[in-house]
Design a protein around this ligand. Structure first.
Ligand code: GLU
Length: 448
């Protein structure tokens, strides 16, 4: 059996066993297709059934999350934790609270996390969790009661050497605080390293808040530089206005770029003078409001209903930082028509498979999420290290480590792509490099 036959056989099995899980199947297909040359070069991975094992989560936990709203009404949501792969370290990955969350979405995120975490070079396995709970419009107390109920079940399955959750969409510092408080109460133990993204007063790391956005821009800058360009003077679009988007905008501006637009799930703002990041921080981080409010503070900016229209604005660099599948074939073609030079993914799987084909067919530089958004989880792993040492590094120390990690991921992806005959293709390079470390660890650990 050659590599292609092996990959197709496993893909067929995965499709049969996970019917209807579109996002999970999309993520698996994208990774497996790029691994074909690995099996041709090294058939031992086939003999050991690495692929069959890697596509099956080690453990899947689903649970009821009952809570009481401010009107005294009983509400019930569904909680998930997928412990996907622990070959190179304890399961690590965020929690997503969003009404669209289902098993397929958590599995796709968990699967991606295996390779992303491996690429960081740090000892962390892959996992993900969350709930279909919608934080929008909920009071602080409701969020707290929900988090406490969620943790009352989750605590049985996590631990600083077992599984270490963090944030993702809908889970930020506030939620991690409530989750940590409840964990500590039930466990009767101050296990700081059981969650990352904690507040700075109780074991959090400097730069964790900024890490995904800053890391994305460090990576894109590296990619541009190795192709004779840089961020200085670039016109940039950033979708989203959450934690990833805000700090991607901040770093892009620090490097001299002009950020023209950002968005939320209702619409986008276009500010020809350049987005004022502090205003976005105030609207989103302080007031938890909608991005449409931006024009109150900057009347010369435009607000447009509908978030997808953002990709119609001509730009040099597109940084999708909102959610999965936000750039489809049509949006990718529009970006190309308007002269986009590079796409850097801040969200997880923001480009459809067809959009990625459009980038490659038109020589657009492409930074795939697993590589380019790994900065968040990388600094999470640095938070775990600091918790184990019971010490803190300075902002400058963590920022330097983050930058070094992103530069390393870039060079590793470039070198691996070239080694396997796909020069310049960072998607192939990142997938193969991420896979090899996990696969080798699995080989040494036997069939488990
Ligand atoms: N949710 C982030 C990601 O997609 C961070 C996960 C973490 O810090 O564990 O990588």
């Amino acid at each position: 059996m050659n590599g292609k036959e092996y990959v197709n056989k496993v893909l067929d099995e995965v499709k049969k066993e996970n019917e209807g899980q579109h996002e999970f199947l999309q993520a698996v297909e994208e990774v497996l297709e790029t691994l074909i040359p690995v099996f041709d070069k090294n058939p031992k991975y086939m003999e050991e059934g690495i692929l069959e094992r890697i596509v099956e989560p080690e453990r899947q936990i689903m649970f009821r999350v009952p809570w009481i709203d401010d009107n005294g009404k009983v509400r019930v949501n569904r909680g998930y934790r997928i412990q996907f792969n622990s070959a190179i370290g304890p399961y690590k990955g965020g929690l997503r609270f969003h009404p669209t969350v289902n098993l397929s979405i958590i599995k796709f995120l968990g699967f991606e996390q295996i390779f992303k975490n491996s690429l960081t070079g740090l000892p962390i396995g892959g996992g993900k969790g969350g709930s279909n709970f919608d934080p929008k419009g909920k009071s602080d107390r409701e969020i707290m009661r929900f988090c406490q109920s969620f943790m009352s079940e989750l605590y049985k399955h996590i631990g600083e050497n077992i599984d270490v959750p963090a944030g993702d969409i809908g889970v930020g510092g506030r939620e991690i605080g409530y989750l940590f408080g409840q964990y500590k109460k039930i466990a009767s133990s101050y296990d700081a390293g059981v969650l990352t993204g904690k507040g700075l007063t109780f074991g959090g790391s400097l730069v964790r808040t900024e890490a995904t956005g800053y890391g994305l821009v460090y990576f894109v800058e590296e990619m541009l530089k190795s192709n004779g360009m840089d961020m200085d003077g670039m016109k940039v679009l950033v979708s989203g206005s959450g934690n990833v988007a805000i700090y991607a905008m901040e770093k892009a501006k620090q490097l001299g770029a002009k950020v023209l637009a950002c968005s939320d799930s209702n619409g986008f703002i276009y500010d020809k003078n350049g987005i004022d990041v502090q205003t976005v921080k105030n609207i989103k981080e302080v007031n938890r409001g909608r991005i449409s409010e931006y024009i109150k503070y900057h009347p010369s900016a435009e607000y447009h209903e509908g978030c997808n229209g953002i990709w119609n604005i001509p730009c040099d660099v597109a940084l999708p930082c909102a959610t999965q599948n936000e750039i489809d074939k049509e949006a990718a073609l529009t970006l190309v028509k308007n002269g986009v030079k590079a796409v850097g993914e801040g969200a997880n799987m923001p480009s459809t498979l067809e959009a990625v084909e459009v980038y490659f067919a038109n020589n657009v530089l492409f930074a795939p999420a697993k590589a380019s958004n790994a900065g968040g989880v990388a600094v999470s792993a640095l938070e775990m290290s600091q918790n184990s040492m019971r010490m803190n590094w300075t902002f400058e120390e963590v920022d330097k480590k983050l930058k070094d990690i992103m530069v390393n991921i870039h060079s590793k992806s470039v070198a691996t792509a070239e080694e396997y005959g796909f020069k310049g293709n960072l998607l192939v390079g990142a997938n193969i490099a991420g896979f090899l470390k996990v696969a080798d660890a699995m080989m040494y650990q036997g069939i488990v």
